[in-house]
Design a protein around this ligand. Sequence first.
Ligand code: IMP
Ligand code: MG
Length: 183
Amino acid sequence: MRNVVILGKKFVPYINEDIIQEAICKSAEEINECYKDATVEDAPIFVSILNGAFMYTSDLMKKLTFPCELSFIKVSSYNGTESSGKVVEVIGMNRSIEGRDVILIDDIVDSGLTMMRLKEIFEKEKPRSIKIAVFMYKDQTCCKELKVDFPSIIMKDDAFIIGYGLDYNEIGRNLRDIYILEE
Ligand code: IMP
Ligand code: MG
């Protein structure tokens, strides 16, 4: 693994591909156990948040052994006037989730605010359950009210990372490993 420079910022190797794949296998086992009784008529619906979660979603889904559906959404967030600052709008969710088990998939939770808002929005549609699967969980910064059911990698450093779907200014998503910003 070599260093990566994007727009003058230097990113150094942090987590390699093998560790990533091992962590995803472990999460898949937990998810398989949780939904082992799912049937085709009652298949859980995974909702993957683009763009960041594309690579994680692909690797994770290949390891699932129960019948399930997959939808992709985008979220647009902008600064609103509400207290928490960010308003999140969901784009592309065009199927009903009423009465269904839903699993939201994202690349990373940092403050956790985006995911908390999304969960609120989805809860209004009356699913049977909502769980959260994320590739990277920033332990130091994520608000503790957010319950992340399936975090693949718990990150202890409070730092910016790229690779495996995660970008800096849209660059770096294609990298197979994770790199961390060198301050
Ligand atoms: P949150 O609302 O603070 O949890 O922010 C979540 C979103 O910020 C993620 O879905 C990412 O798009 C982005 N993000 C947070 N931390 C990082 C990082 O270290 N690298 C790349 N994107 C990040
Ligand atoms: Mg994102």
